[in-house]
Design a protein around this ligand. Structure first.
Ligand SMILES: Nc1ncnc2c1ncn2[C@@H]1O[C@H](COP(=O)(O)OP(=O)(O)OP(=O)(O)O)[C@@H](O)[C@H]1O
Ligand SMILES: [Mg+2]
Length: 256
């Protein structure tokens, strides 16, 4: 598991590959008392508040408009924060294009995952779920990268899988690709109890925010709120992370 990998590895396409190659930084596990870990617990609490209004939230999808806004970092740490609360948690790597969960949780890179299950009707759910070093936290890695991610995620087999998982877990968190780039997140949104959008203080521009608003409306996504992930904010003792959760703000009001 990688807690403190430093520096930003950048791929040929100019996007960060740090979480794909080294794993997300699990500050909630490594430093539960750090103010950043406290912010993840606040995020958890805010999602719980949202569920009072929206009904029970067992499936939560976290996406963003653009790449590298912090989805994988947020989903992994939020999953740990729920597990630390004693909830039975599953983190699903539904980013079938830039997966991170296997490496974050130190699984074998050939570990069976979501695409193995979706592409093989004989495959058992139990074989694609893996334990982690943390109590109460299981993970489902992506499996091999397929040629047709959106088609797999939109399939009836995916819908059935989600229903089955809901009978076993208190909380299932989905990491997905950015929804302005590909349709993968959009096809999954309607199958979820709740959707939260990571907004990056430095990256998400006004055009992206407007388009996001339109897409979420068209998809009739059950939006709970936005997670402000300000990678530029440096606070003493916060390891350079800034997370905040804004519940119920309209996109026109965000300052991104
Ligand atoms: N609040 C933060 N402060 C500092 N660095 C951060 C913060 N959030 C994310 N990062 C870093 O930004 C990079 C991108 O983060 P991450 O991989 O979680 O984003 P992503 O949205 O999942 O990207 P992708 O679109 O590739 O799936 C990583 O190097 C990660 O460590
Ligand atoms: Mg990611």
């Amino acid at each position: 598991m990688n807690f403190f990998n430093k520096g930003r590895a950048i791929g040929k396409d100019g996007l960060s590959v740090e979480t794909m190659t080294k794993g997300a930084r699990l500050i909630t596990a490594a430093e539960p008392k750090n103010p950043v870990s406290e912010q993840f617990r606040t995020l958890r609490t805010n999602i719980e508040f949202a569920s009072v209004a929206k009904g029970e939230i067992k499936t939560l999808l976290i996406s963003s408009a653009l790449p590298s806004e912090g989805k994988s970092t947020v989903t992994a740490n939020l999953a740990v924060a729920y597990a630390q609360q004693g909830k039975n948690v599953l983190l699903v790597d539904a980013d079938l294009r830039r997966p991170t969960v296997a490496v974050t949780f130190g699984l074998n890179k050939n570990a069976s995952g979501l695409t193995n299950y979706l592409g093989d009707s004989e495959k058992e759910v139990g074989s694609i779920i893996h334990r982690t070093a943390m109590d109460n936290l299981n993970v489902m890695p992506s499996g091999p990268i397929p040629p047709n991610p959106a088609e797999l995620l939109g399939s009836g087999r995916m819908t059935n899988l989600i229903s089955q998982l809901k009978t076993h877990y208190d909380m299932i968190i989905f990491d997905v690709p950015p929804f302005l780039m590909v349709t993968d997140a959009q096809v999954l949104m309607t199958k979820m109890d709740g959707v939260a959008i990571v907004v990056n203080g430095g990256k998400t521009n006004r055009g992206a925010i407007q388009r996001t608003h339109e897409i979420l409306k068209i998809a009739e996504a059950p939006v709970l709120g936005f997670i402000y992930n300000d990678q530029n904010r440096k606070k003493k003792g916060s390891s350079g992370y800034g997370y905040g959760y804004g519940y119920g703000y309209g996109y026109g009001e965000t300052k991104a």
